[in-house]
Design a protein around this ligand. Structure first.
Ligand SMILES: C[S@@+](CC[C@H](N)C(=O)[O-])C[C@H]1O[C@@H](n2cnc3c(N)ncnc32)[C@H](O)[C@@H]1O
Length: 484
């Protein structure tokens, strides 16, 4: 077994207090420890240049250490006050949006230089697209119930009924949401307290993580920007369900949200694993309807509680517009041709492309069967023809459909965070398309795939960045590759 390289600066588990000096891709602040022995780099996620932080060493090697943030001791001069509750999901909300954009742009482009080996990435940079709504941009939020909360004054955990988000880095501890976090719907978040009080008064227990017991688990809300409606899902265990009046709970929501109330679903989730997906389990409609409709670029999409849909729909319109612009720059390679929309989800990009082109035949592939069902229904509802959707793994699909080789001129790619599996990427390259528009929510894996594409005859022509998730470290990229 290779010997683990040690350093003379830090040990695993050690608590450090340090000043953050730089920003690395993925929202990692960089601190440095200097001594006569030299300089040692420390990465602390969710921190900003200028902040003084307390962090614990999780991993260390000869050259650097990775830490977990414990607390921000001093804010950076660049930070400003905001009227929102601080939550782990928005670590940069106090940084003015222009600075957030600057950090995201610089760190993403340098990633393409380093991992993708694209020396001239700055020459290929096309546009930084801001989110139309800087605050209150999300269309879905998942709030968790917990029997363990946090006392902000005593800075310790306490046994209380909480509804809100987990404390940063502490899986068993909840933190009550007392007011708007600035990310989702203001009316919903200003009423989380009322919903919590109602649930607490029933006498039924919130979920206790370490003991793996309790009744209330999650409260999930989906919003339509088209209709302004709200769809709710209360997730509980089956234990003592007979003591809870779901119809009365539905009435409470209708009284608060009036005509905005679209429906209430109830999910029974008895899983006890620490990583259980909030909404897994059997789902039943209690009142109203089980779907809402969202509009993107003039097309309507019906969304059920569980189906994937872009979380920031207003920004997704801008993202999709960029994808369509890149694809239609060469109309000849789209009109009257077969276009592949790989990792198509609910088929949004393919449908928009079909509606903006002449007689394009779209082949959409996604591994999630329910997403493909939604894609088919949405295409029908929008009256768009010429689309074929397949529920399959992209790699396997291309293996059993060799007939597409040399027949496709344009491919749209939008894989999940893990990127494209190397074997699958080789199969995609084998299709021999002229052009690829590759969308990514994880530029680190996209930069890796870029090197492979360039080694196989593709040239990166353009890159745009879309700020789908303000106040987080996430950034979405749209790239155009052409065969040389
Ligand atoms: C970022 S989403 C795509 C979203 C879609 N283009 C849209 O805008 O709605 C990535 C998709 O990749 C799918 N996926 C993940 N692994 C896959 C695989 N091996 N084969 C096919 N699809 C896969 C996921 O189900 C998910 O829908």
């Amino acid at each position: 077994m290779p010997r683990r390289e040690r350093n003379k600066f830090v040990k695993r588990g050690q608590i450090l207090e340090l000043r953050i000096e730089d920003y690395a891709f993925g929202g990692k602040g960089i601190g440095r420890i200097r001594s006569e022995e030299g300089e040692f780099v420390v990465f602390v996620p969710n921190t900003l240049p200028g902040q003084k932080v307390k962090a614990q060493v999780k991993k260390s090697s000869k050259k650097y250490a990775e830490c977990k943030l414990i607390d921000v001791l001093e804010h950076a001069d660049t930070e400003v006050e905001v009227p929102f509750q601080d939550i782990p999901g928005a670590p940069y909300i106090q940084l003015p949006i222009e600075l957030q954009h600057q950090y995201k742009k610089e760190s993403t482009l340098s990633l393409f230089q380093r991992i993708g080996k694209v020396e001239n990435i700055h020459d290929l940079f096309d546009e930084f697209i801001s989110s139309p709504n800087v605050f209150h941009y999300r269309n879905k939020m998942e709030y968790g119930f917990s029997a363990i909360g946090y006392d902000r004054t005593l800075k310790t955990d306490v046994d209380i009924f909480t509804l809100g988000f987990k404390r940063r880095g502490v899986w068993w501890m909840g933190d009550n949401l007392e007011k708007d976090s600035g990310l989702f719907d203001k009316q919903v978040e200003d009423h989380i307290k009322v919903i919590r009080t109602y649930c607490e008064k029933t006498g039924l227990a919130p979920w206790h993580g370490p003991r793996k017991e309790g009744f209330f688990r999650y409260f999930v809300v989906r919003k339509s920007y088209k209709t302004n409606e709200l769809l709710f899902n209360l997730v509980t265990t089956s234990y003592e369900l007979s003591k809870f009046d779901l119809n009365a709970f539905s009435q409470l929501l209708q009284d608060i949200f009036k005509e905005r109330f679209a429906g209430l679903l109830h999910t029974i989730n008895d899983e006890v694993g620490d990583r259980t997906i909030a909404t897994s389990g059997s789902i039943e409609l209690i009142a109203g309807k089980d779907k809402i409709v969202e509009e993107l670029l003039g097309l309507n999409f019906e969304i059920s509680m569980k189906s994937f849909f872009q979380t920031n729909p207003k920004s997704a319109e801008k993202l999709y517009t960029k994808v369509i612009d890149y694809a239609l720059e060469n109309r000849e390679a789209v009109d009257n041709s077969v276009v592949m929309d790989l990792f198509c989800g609910t088929g949004t990009i393919g449908q928009i492309l079909a509606s903006k082109s002449e007689n394009a035949k779209i082949v959409g592939v996604d591994i999630v069967a329910s997403a493909i069902e939604d894609a088919k229904k949405n295409a029908k509802r929008n009256g768009i023809e010429g689309l074929q959707f397949y529920a399959a793994d992209v790699g396997k699909f291309l293996q059993v459909h060799p007939e597409y080789q040399n027949k496709i001129r344009t491919i749209i790619l939008d894989p999940a965070r893990a990127g494209i599996a190397p074997k699958t990427l080789r199969k995609i390259i084998h299709l021999n398309a002229d052009r690829m528009v590759y969308v990514s929510c994880n530029p680190a894996t996209q930069a890796r795939d870029t090197e492979e594409l360039m080694n196989n005859g593709y040239q990166l022509k353009k890159i745009s960045l879309v700020d789908q998730f303000p106040h987080t470290s996430h950034i979405e990229t749209v790239t155009l590759f052409e065969k040389v």
